[in-house]
Design a protein around this ligand. Structure first.
Ligand SMILES: [Zn+2]
Length: 248
């Protein structure tokens, strides 16, 4: 176990809980719904794994991936010069949001599938959380896990009152050592955290407007049916992604 000082970062896909809620909304699904959900089993997980993989590919090299947490991923970095490092980090996080949205645009053909996750893809957005401070690196069997109060704070911040779904949040500690002065669209706000009380955060909105996508027509849906089936034929799961990142 070792004590380190550095950045802890979480990227989180929002909209995933809507998937789950959408699934349990109808208490008694019709036979037609049941059949559709049977055919499209695992599409939500496939989409999330695909999008997370896209973001991880962008951030790896700058940050070290530590853990997959369902619809989120945890990273860290221990730079010698945090301010200098933060310039690259901010650029990479902005790129991640951009690449995430581009990937959604590329995947719009899956709306040919009638299932809820495939059609809710247009609502998915990426949030980034950046904290700076001490953390422990613990060895858990073959793997290293980061731990400590600051890791807990970072996770608590994911439940906040920010009304938007696309942003990069810096804690006060992260903002102090980061080059956020040059960033436009930064809002300073106070969030209340369970067990930790009030905390000031700096929230950067990289895009003035959230990107909007059109619903496809029936014709487009029919045309995309075969490519959609092909896309899902090689099933992506969280376990497969972990394997790829050699977590398992
Ligand atoms: Zn589907």
């Amino acid at each position: 176990m070792s004590l380190n000082k550095g950045f802890m970062v979480v990227v989180d896909i929002s909209g995933y809980t809507t998937f789950i809620r959408a699934h349990s909304r109808t208490k008694k699904p019709s036979l037609f719904r049941k059949v559709i959900e049977k055919i499209n089993d695992g599409h939500g997980e496939h989409i999330i794994s695909d999008l997370l993989e896209t973001v991880i590919n962008e951030l790896e090299g700058t940050l070290t991936i530590n853990k997959l947490e369902g619809d989120a991923a945890l990273f860290y970095a221990i730079p010698a010069d945090p301010t200098d490092f933060s310039k690259n980090l901010i650029r990479k996080l902005e790129n991640s949001i951009d690449i995430f949205n581009k990937r959604i645009n590329e995947l719009l053909f899956i709306q040919a599938c009638p299932c809820i996750p495939c059609n809710e893809i247009v609502n998915l957005r990426l949030k980034c959380f950046v904290h700076y401070g001490d953390f422990l690196i613990k060895k858990v069997s073959r793997f290293k896990e980061i731990a400590g109060e600051n890791v807990i704070i970072l996770h608590r911040l994911m439940k906040n009152s920010i009304p938007r779904n696309e942003y990069i949040l810096f804690t006060q500690e992260a903002a102090k050592v980061s080059a956020i002065d040059e960033l436009k669209n930064v809002e300073i706000r106070t969030e209340k955290l369970d067990d930790f009380g009030k905390m000031q955060v700096h929230v950067h909105y990289p895009f003035a407007e959230e990107f909007k996508v059109q619903k496809p027509s029936v014709f487009v849906r029919l045309k995309n049916f075969v490519p959609m089936r092909r896309y899902f034929s090689n099933k992506k799961t969280e376990d497969k992604l972990k394997e790829k990142l050699s977590f398992q």
